[in-house]
Every structure is written in C-alpha cells, then in structure tokens.
Design a protein around this ligand. Sequence first.
Ligand code: PLP
Length: 373
Amino acid sequence: MFRLVSGDPNIYEGGWDTPQHMKDAVIDAIKDGYNMYPQRLEGFHGKLVDSMIRWEKKVNNLNYAPGDIIPTQGVAGAIRLTFPLLMKPGDELLLTDPTYIPYKRVANQLGKAVFFKTIEEEGWKPDIDDLRSKITPKTRALVIIHPQNPTGCLYDEKTLKAMTDAAGEHDIPLISDEIYGPFILDGNRFHPLASAAGDVPCLTMNSISKAYVATGWRVGHISVHDPEGKIQTLKEKMNANMAAAGTIPTPIAFGAMAAYDGTMDHIPAMNRALTGRRDLSHRRLNEIEGLTASRPQAAFFIFPNVEATGTVWKDDYEFARDLKAEARIAVNPGSNYGDKHSHGHFRVPYLPGEDVLEGIYDKLERFMKKNVC
Ligand code: PLP
C-alpha cells in the first residue's frame, strides 16, 4: 500500500529531515539541564518571542512588537487557540473551497463553514464576487491558506488586495495560514497577507513544521497585525490563554530559536527538487485519460479532477476507495477539503522522490485505463 496522504515532508522516501543545527540545539539544551517548565526560566518567553520577531523581519519584512507574537504548538495549536475565542454557535467562517480540512472542521464544530468559489481553470484563484456574496452579519473571519493546500495556488498582490478590501468593508478580520510561505516555485514572489492588509486586522499563522522539516516538534506562532487596535481584546485573550496553557516545551524551544535565528539554506535545494516533482506530477496526471490537474505554483500539493465522478464513481470517496482497493494507493478524497468545488477531486502531496512518483503514476494510469476506457 502506498500512502500518498500526508503533507509531512519528514516521512517519504526522497523526503527531507530537520536541519542538524536545530537538533544539536535541543540536545545541548537537555544536556545543559534546561528541562524545567518554560515559565520557570527567567526571561525565556521573551527570548523566544524576540527570535520570532527577528524571523518575521528577516523572512517577511514585517515589524511586530512582543505582544503581537503568540507562540503556539504549531498551526494546529494556533487554530485551537483562535477559533473558540472568535466564534459561537450560529457564527460563520468564510473559507475558500477547497480549504485545509481542520478549518472546515473547526468552523462546523463551533458554528458554520461558509465556502466561496475558487476557479480551477485559473489555478484555483478565488472568485472575489462569490466571496463578497457570501459575507453576512454573522461572518466572523475570512480564512485563507497562502500558499494554498490542497491546490498549490499562490495569491498575487492584486488578489490579496481584493480579499483585504472585501473583508475591510465589512469589518471582518483576516486569517492567513502561511505555513507554506517558503515553498514558492518558478521564481515567483510570496507576499504575506499582512503586507497587503493596511488597517484591516490580520492574524497570520505559521510554524516550523514544513519550513524546517520539523512537523513533530509542534512549534509555531500567530502574528497579530492590527494597527488600529480593532482586535485588541482578542489579542489580549489569546496571549492570556496561551500563557495559562503553557507554550512550547523548553528544550524544543531552544531548537526553534536555532531555526528562527539560523539559515534557511536548505530551502532553495528543496524548491529545486519540488519543481521537478511538481512538473512530473502535472505532466503525468494530465496525460492520464480521465484526469486533469491545474498546475501548482507553490507548496507541494496538486489537486486533480476525476472527470468520471458521477458516472464511473458516484463521488470522490468511491474513487478513493477503489483506488486503494485495486491499485493499493491511498489518497485523500477532495470532498474532505470543502464543498461543491472540491467534489470530484483528490489530493496528491508530491513529496516522494521522482522515481517513487513515477511508479505511483504508472499504477494510477493502469487503474484509470481499466475503469474509465
Ligand atoms: N496548515 C496547513 C495549511 C497545513 O497543510 C498543515 C499541515 O499539513 C498545518 C497547518 C499543520 O501545521 P502544524 O504542523 O504547524 O500544526
């Protein structure tokens, strides 16, 4: 069985590993006796936040003050911290269709997920008119993933501005998950949403999981851009809740600071390898009869369209079930990621090496020939 399910760069043959200087910093911290509660180490929280502030300046050219940065246990921890403070039953969260699964889940647990259209033929760019039409008095935030999982879409400055304007006109805060920010292909540039947000409040969620191939470390942070203090109370509550819950395990925080203050020299080589895997995936998937796939510009996912959904297969769940049973390839069905624009798709993380991917696409091709032709 080949599990082509997770977006974890640590687990695939031909994947990557955490940089050595981060591992050394954790081991040294443990050996040096830094095994106490982080709160017991005088000034430690401030040091961690300061290194995150330096990282935001270095990587995103954004200026944050200490209270604006909240360390979290990964973006997952940021999600757990933010949404219960933002939403109550009946409230709505505005999401791209497709989105990252936990946003859909948390929205429906606390209130309601409301999806707006993204346009597959245009590389999954958001349909701004549809976005605007979905805003209601109950909308609590507009959430984007930038660059996007599961489509690999990279939003340009014009698109970011259009989304910011729509949110600003209705006093809705922006939430931008920028965990894939370093993985930009084809020489394109990444523009953090906060840099286009002006006076619209923007919470940016980020982590070292992907950028430093450290998914199991559980380290991330929320950056609060709020020049006019519109979400001051929310920011205070988030800081207080995180302080009460504790943040990042002490030795791991030493490793994280080594990451934030260290090099990102591993990224260009990763992006070169990902470009090859993206090109291969895009070509092979489009050559298979019955599949089409829009070309990702960033991150490491492609979201193919199964044209025979509704005829050969009732839906993408049935397609994924048969693919697993017959070809021994496990994938995530598209419907998990959203609503009608996600239906009939599946997600491929193109993280394995090219040889492995070729083998998977060979099997997928045989499976499609057998079922569709
Ligand atoms: N956000 C997105 C868009 C993701 O794709 C993932 C992991 O796949 C996460 C967040 C999880 O982040 P973390 O490991 O920092 O909790």
